[in-house]
Design a protein around this ligand. Structure first.
Ligand SMILES: *[C@@H]1O[C@H](CO)[C@@H](O)[C@H](O)[C@H]1NC(C)=O
Ligand SMILES: *[C@@H]1O[C@H](CO)[C@@H](O)[C@H](O)[C@H]1NC(C)=O
Ligand SMILES: *[C@@H]1O[C@H](CO)[C@@H](O)[C@H](O)[C@H]1NC(C)=O
Length: 462
């Protein structure tokens, strides 16, 4: 049995799926609108649409973010332990966070099956598997998700196939095979009565090209969830699109005909109508002054790792020990995660940053919020962003990210702003650059050359 690390080792050394087969489709791209969970366009769907209470919403985000961060660090520990003891206990780790539909807040409309069924999925860089809630008999009042019996292209993976016994067996399949043609099942349990049961299948996805034509993505591996237990769900969401780094992920399969490049641009849900968050497969027009740094693939599960070297405020580097930024199997290092709302920092980075920022905000009225260390209450027009120190995150390769002030002094409610950072738990873990911090920037992931490019953007460009 191959451990996950060996698996990634093979992937990165042999590059067996990153074949340099850049065919390109004559400059064409696939573009998705990423819809924020609170987007007014989703109002028709119960459970989605603008929140009734911003503060409540933010509390939820913080809650799910912390769970996510804990799960990442637990999975990393589990993996290390499994490697030491040479067991394969680790292998289910990549699936875990995809199990919770609450993680991640940007939604992708996706056409699945033949004829296509239109689903609303959560974009999740924590998941390598794309899965949906399956079923044909809809209970009264229950949201209709995917019905495999109505799709002619749906092909169940059977449990006697090598795909089930070897390929998926190394990742998350159960290995139970009552009959040779029984479905290849998974049962992901992550403690406290939470589990997701389902089976694997190949299915056809329909992607819309920018040129107007449709492109079929055939034999794409999906998970068909039959039972979800103990996980608080949003009925309006049909599943998860796996954007992690893995041969099975939508990001990798989707970008393979486009030079293994994908990009996205995120805006907050208060943005004007003409501005949309989006995800693109292929080479797209990007803003000027792109900066580039190494993308660390295959080291932090299926996440996208980055090499941060420091943080500065108004040009002065903060005193942060360099070990904080070192990517290790047991934590440390940084990932860029579209599915986390806030930014999580190891305590040795969090403390000096927070102290300096708090100092710069003392002239405002302090506001107590149990979820954040520091918030202020401001009257309309009182907050002056130009007085807040300029935050820069420095990466290897001289790349510097300069987020707008609203990305780190975040508006959590009318007249309430909080410093949008959270400390990692005392036992450590991986620092996370969350989606608010990434807003109003264009992000390009080049999986072939392992490079991450970014630049400020209003997200209006195609
Ligand atoms: C199981 O799947 C494999 C590969 O798709 C196929 O060759 C085989 O015939 C299937 N076996 C059964 C019993 O359906
Ligand atoms: C599913 O797709 C994979 C990858 O294209 C292929 O190797 C496998 O034979 C397919 N299995 C079925 C049952 O369609
Ligand atoms: C904001 O602060 C800057 C620098 O102190 C100052 O020049 C500017 O006039 C202030 N703007 C407002 C609207 O108060």
């Amino acid at each position: 049995m191959m451990s996950l690390l060996h698996y990634f080792f093979l992937v990165s050394i042999n590059g067996f799926f990153l074949v340099p087969a850049y065919g390109g489709e004559s400059g064409d791209t696939v573009r998705f609108d990423l819809i924020h969970k609170n987007d007014p366009r989703l109002q028709r769907k119960p459970g989605l649409g603008p929140p009734t209470n911003n503060m409540e919403q933010m509390k939820q985000h913080v809650h799910y973010d912390s769970q996510r961060v804990q799960m990442i660090s637990r999975a990393m520990k589990k993996r290390r332990k499994a490697e030491e003891t040479a067991t394969d206990d680790v292998i289910r780790a990549p699936f875990f966070s995809g199990a919770s539909v609450r993680s991640g807040h940007y939604l992708i409309p996706l056409k699945v099956g033949t004829p296509p069924q239109q689903l609303i999925m959560i974009a999740n860089t924590a998941s390598e598997l794309t899965w949906m809630k399956c079923g044909s008999n809809k209970d009264e009042g229950k949201q209709v998700s995917f019905d495999p019996t109505k799709s002619s292209s749906f092909q169940t993976i059977n449990c006697s196939s090598t795909m089930c016994t070897q390929d998926l067996g190394d990742l998350f399949a159960l290995g139970i095979c009552p009959m040779p043609d029984s479905p290849c099942k998974y049962d992901y349990s992550y403690g406290a009565g939470q589990s997701v049961l389902g089976f694997f299948a190949n299915e056809t996805l329909t992607l819309q090209m920018k040129s107007g034509t449709e492109k079929k993505m055939e034999q794409f591996l999906v998970g068909c969830n039959e039972i979800i237990e103990g996980i608080e769900e949003n009925d309006a969401i049909d599943g998860v699109v796996g954007l992690g780094y893995s041969i099975y992920s939508f990001a990798v399969r989707g970008s393979e005909s486009f030079g293994y490049k994908f990009s996205y641009c995120l805006v907050d849900h208060f943005s004007p109508e003409n501005v949309r968050s989006y995800l693109v497969f292929g080479e797209t027009r990007h803003p000027p002054h792109m900066q580039h740094t190494d993308l660390v693939l295959g080291k932090v599960l299926t996440f996208y790792g980055v090499n941060v070297v420091g943080i500065s405020l108004d040009g002065v580097m903060l005193d942060i020990p360099s070990e904080v930024w070192e990517l290790r199997d047991d934590g440390g290092g940084t990932i860029i995660d579209e599915g986390s709302t806030l930014t999580f920092l190891a305590m040795d980075a969090y403390r000096p940053l927070m102290d300096a920022l708090i100092k710069s905000l003392t002239k405002y009225t302090k506001y107590e919020d149990p979820r954040f260390e520091f918030c202020i209450s401001v009257k309309p027009g009182e907050f002056n962003a130009t007085e807040v120190p300029k935050l820069r995150i420095h990466f290897t390769g001289e790349a510097r990210m300069e987020p707008p002030v609203k990305n780190y002094v975040i508006q959590v409610d009318d007249g309430v702003r909080c410093l949008g950072f959270q400390p990692l738990p005392p036992e450590g873990g991986v620092s996370v650059i969350g989606n608010i911090m990434q807003q109003n920037m264009f992000w390009e992931f080049d999986l072939k050359t392992s490079r991450l490019g970014f630049a400020p953007s209003s997200c209006t460009d195609e």
